[in-house]
Design a protein around this ligand. Sequence first.
Ligand code: MG
Length: 369
Amino acid sequence: MQHTFDIPTSINNMKPETIGLEEGPICPLPFTHNEVIVMGHGSGGKMSHDLIKKYFYSYFENELLLAGNDAAVINIGNATLAFSTDSHVVKPLFFPGGDIGRLAVCGTVNDVSMMGAVPLYLSAGFILEEGFEIITLSKILESMRTVAEEAGIQIVTGDTKVVQKNQADGIYINTTGVGLLYPGSNITGSRAQPGDAVILSGSIGEHGLAVLEARGELGFSSGIQSDVAPLNRLVRALIDAVPKDAVHVLRDPTRGGLATSLNEIAQQSRMGIIIDENKVTIQPAVRSVCELLGFDPMYVANEGKLICIVEEEFAHKALMAMHNTRYGENAAIIGYVTNQPQGRVLMTTTMGSTRILDMLSGEMLPRIC
Ligand code: MG
């Protein structure tokens, strides 16, 4: 089936180099003494990507890292594993729908799952501030235990460190996870192909706004709950429903939101992606709060949603399988992969026009995960 889209000529003719598709090896850059880390480097958007590419990639350059996926896929003996790590600094620690503990487990379970792997074991490292109440720590640990049980994974190793009062914000948690790849699956950000369907597993923007509300920054109660959830069973259901090779890309649109994750995939695959705004589900409360605060929900973080890029022929089967799971009931096809414009995401709006959907450029909501 062919999909035709009316792409404005000015967008279609853009050269890859104007949109950050670099060629050739990454060279270590000279150290610049006057550059400092700013909050925008933690946005998950363009500033985070630039920081990682410019410094981390140049120091740690290797093929596995440069694949730029949610987890590295590594071979050990006869096993192929997905391996990922994530640190959590969310403020406040408890928010509607979740807390730092649930987030720390789900963040890593989901990143491992996005490679088409079954997450099995997690490590958890805790940095605790002097004076932090044990009762609060216990609540967080209980939350981690509950969601680990739901996901069917075990936390099997860990670490605790304590820093002096005022040297941290109560608690920071790092988790690392390993999982076994489903035999035959080949899921990576660079595999999006023309004609592939783009499926989104549910509504967007809830997590970022729930954290914002917990900070008291809204000044009213919106009733929005974070979507933070483990997605491994959803991934299992959709992979089992289609030929193993048919799922090309999976990604959870966390920091930087849906727009940023789609841009990552477009750039990694050197493809265009076009989505239809009408197909993207946004809860009315999320839409209202975004309008009130001037946020674009396309850039607000999610912690329980995934993007699935799948061969068009199998998109309906994948969708049906997702609909039968707890966290995929509202999954929908929101768009398609196209040949052009390379590395760009376009959106046909509710008004009928087409606009470029860029990666998040600055910082919108700091410390949301
Ligand atoms: Mg991710």
